[in-house]
Design a protein around this ligand. Structure first.
Ligand code: CU
Length: 129
């Protein structure tokens, strides 16, 4: 009898683990709020569609905080903004999403090629002054 209860409990625990341990990611926030600390930041709007990112070029100032507002108007595909040279970690946007992220350019002045790693043809330029 005891073994039966123990076995039943083990089966129940295993079922719970299987049910809850799936690979489901948390749902993205579709319209991210402005992050704390955005006061005084330069707002840079970037818009993805199916084939490109607009604008093709933005200018920022070294050491001055930037608030990226990245929109994905592509109805089907995810896009991201990544630049190792500029220290921009992946800003991923799913279809219909608007992401808002702070970033402070610390790279030396120059022209940097930035783009989507999911679609290597989608590129733009960030100029650091
Ligand atoms: Cu993309």
């Amino acid at each position: 009898m005891r073994k039966g209860i123990l076995l039943g409990t083990m089966v129940l625990v295993m079922l719970l683990v299987v049910a809850c341990g799936g690979s489901s990611k948390p749902a993205p926030v579709m319209d991210e709020p402005v992050p704390a600390g955005a006061d005084g930041a330069q707002t840079v709007n970037l818009n993805f569609n199916t084939t490109d990112i607009a604008p093709a070029k933005v200018t920022v100032k070294a050491g001055q905080k930037v608030l990226f507002v990245v929109k994905n108007t592509d109805p089907k595909e995810d896009h991201n903004v990544v630049s190792q040279d500029l220290g921009i970690k992946e800003i991923l946007v799913v279809p219909g999403q608007t992401a808002r992220r702070l970033w402070t350019p610390t790279a030396k002045p120059g022209s940097y090629n930035v783009g989507c790693t999911i679609h290597p043809d989608i590129r733009m330029t960030i100029v650091v002054e």
